[in-house]
Design a binder for this molecule. Structure first.
Ligand code: C5J
Length: 219
């Protein structure tokens, strides 16, 4: 067993039953010209999480820990995109042509994962139509089959897909540690409050740690 220094208290985990889950580190969110920027956001805030995540990923891979990647996006005919998501706010961005191909459409350049964190052979990539990684995917089955109990969570955005996934995971009985410098929001106040919410009330749906503490614990 290893121990990761975390808040609200340190967490014991077994690297054999722990997975590193990297959520939606896609060009569409992290780079200019994609979905995030089309919504009026400064993507550089998200790019800051890539390098700490890369260091955690490198360590996890070197120790043989399970690594899972997720991508938010839709079929080219958008048949898996609810109308309420497609037209939210009166604007239709999903499926339209952008600088990196059609926005949030599978197979397009913008939909794929940034090169620094690109999956390597055998690492499952979960393509999800929603914000949560468990909704309409086989993630739970994959984790059950591998006997996974603990999730170390990185990715974007903190208050949307990371929160939704961690809440879903917590309800399914997983212990989730979110790494504060490996997650990001377009809104600094959401970053601060989003982390506070996870660890409030004795860790109401998870733990918060950071990349250095995670690397030290895995080592
Ligand atoms: C959003 C995500 N923010 N991956 N998606 O729409 O958090």
């Amino acid at each position: 067993m290893a121990t990761i220094k975390a808040e609200p208290f340190d967490l014991k985990f077994d690297s054999k039953t722990t997975a590193l889950v990297i959520i939606d580190m896609q060009r569409d969110f992290v780079l200019p010209g994609g979905f995030g920027e089309m919504l009026g956001n400064d993507t550089s805030l998200l790019l800051a999480a890539v390098e700490p995540t890369r260091r955690v990923l490198e360590k996890a891979r070197s120790k043989g820990m399970m690594v899972i990647h997720t991508r938010e996006g839709h079929r080219p005919d958008l048949s898996d995109c609810p109308p309420s998501k497609l037209t939210r706010g009166g604007k239709t961005f999903i499926g339209t042509e952008g600088a990196m191909g059609r926005i949030l459409v599978r197979g397009q350049q913008g939909h794929d994962i940034v090169h620094q964190l690109y999956p390597i052979d055998g690492e499952p990539v979960i393509d999800k139509p929603g914000k949560g990684s468990f909704h309409a995917t086989d993630l739970h089955q994959i984790l059950l089959d591998r006997g996974i109990k603990t999730l170390i969570v990185c990715g974007v955005t903190l208050e949307v897909c990371v929160h939704t996934t961690v809440r879903e995971a917590n309800d399914r009985g997983y212990e989730c540690v979110v790494l504060s410098d490996c997650v990001a929001s377009y809104f600094p106040e959401f970053q601060r409050v989003g982390l506070e919410m996870i660890k409030a009330q004795g860790g109401i749906f998870g733990w918060v740690s950071d990349s250095d503490k995670c690397i030290a614990a895995i080592a």
